[in-house]
Write a protein that binds this ligand. Structure first.
Ligand code: SAM
Length: 291
């Protein structure tokens, strides 16, 4: 009987997933195998000739099958890396994207220039990745994170606890600012959000791994993708301190429209649009006072 070693498995999975049109087939193979073997990816290469026992092969085969059907690897292994942190995910939440790390970086920079403890509101928190990354890097700040979905908030709660941030991040369920109604302190130094921003037309053209697996309420932002930005612009005033800032992730075509929405509120002294590492408009920052 053929002996399956780590090396042989990686070669086979890479070929199979490539044939099935899966993105990043080698990386996917490594992530699945290291998950099944409960080891680090680097250990696959230091243990290249290690035989893999039948029970693990069985487990791996089932995961490779799902991966070949374009189910995202992050859901298959139940986690992903975001801002150098392990974030747990399941199909109730969006898989955190690398683009969102820029929003986190800007939020952390902004907070580090402010007296602490600063207060932060993370709207549309999903897995809680932004709230967790900010609180982990600015430990003095207090974060409130909200989301419409209580299933999503359960995974956010796991992430908050896994990173030991139970004292720093509070999760509330409801529509945008609504869950703040019962709080004594409702105005924040910094409000961040990565809302759903995919347009109705774009929803039809999303890759299978996104369209068939990630939750629609985390993606669809209405016909022009701007529904949630309009509502944030309308409602944000009372929730932002006089010297506070609002930072939003946007779709790469939405810079001018989101800037116009925020300028029309007359709440902000300056609104800037920043590009990501791929030179796409990605972050809108609106400061109530000029820096
Ligand atoms: C694009 S995902 C962002 C998740 C996470 N912040 C991230 O960056 O990976 C948007 C999230 O907004 C939530 N959401 C959508 N509409 C909402 C609303 N009206 N109020 C609160 N949350 C909402 C969805 O449930 C989803 O978790």
């Amino acid at each position: 009987m053929e002996q399956w070693t780590i090396g042989k498995l990686l070669t086979w999975m890479n070929g199979y997933l490539t044939d099935k049109g899966v993105d990043a087939p080698r990386l996917s193979a490594e992530l699945l195998l290291s998950h099944v073997l409960n080891c680090k990816r680097i250990e696959l290469y230091t243990d290249f000739d290690r035989p893999v026992e039948a029970a693990r092969l069985e487990q791996l085969r089932a995961l490779v099958k799902r991966c070949a059907e374009h189910e995202p690897v992050a859901y298959l292994v139940g986690r992903c890396e975001f801002y150098s942190l392990e974030i747990r995910v399941n199909r109730s939440c969006l898989i955190p994207r690398p683009e969102t790390e820029l929003l986190v970086e800007r939020a952390i920079d902004w907070l580090r220039r402010r007296p602490q403890p600063a207060s932060v509101l993370d709207l549309c928190t999903g897995s809680g990745c932004i709230a967790v990354a900010v609180a982990k890097n600015v430990p003095e700040c207090c974060v409130i994170a909200t989301d419409l979905s209580d299933q999503t908030l359960s995974i956010a709660d796991e992430n908050v606890k896994a990173h030991g941030l139970g004292e720093h991040v509070r999760l509330l369920c409801g529509d945008l600012f609504d869950p703040l109604a019962g709080l004594d302190e409702k105005s924040f130094d910094l409000i961040v959000a990565n809302p759903p921003y995919v347009t109705s037309a774009e929803m039809e053209t999303l890759d299978r791994n996104v369209k068939d697996y990630e939750p629609t309420p985390a993606l669809h932002g209405g016909v022009d993708g701007l529904d949630v930005y309009r509502r944030i612009a309308d409602q944000v005033g009372p929730f932002l301190k006089a010297n506070g800032a609002l930072m939003l992730e946007i779709g790469y075509t939405q810079g001018p429209a989101v800037r116009a929405l925020l300028e029309a509120t007359a709440l902000f002294a300056e609104v800037t649009v920043e590009k990501d590492h791929a030179s796409h408009d990605r972050i809108v920052t609106a400061n109530r006072q000029t820096a």
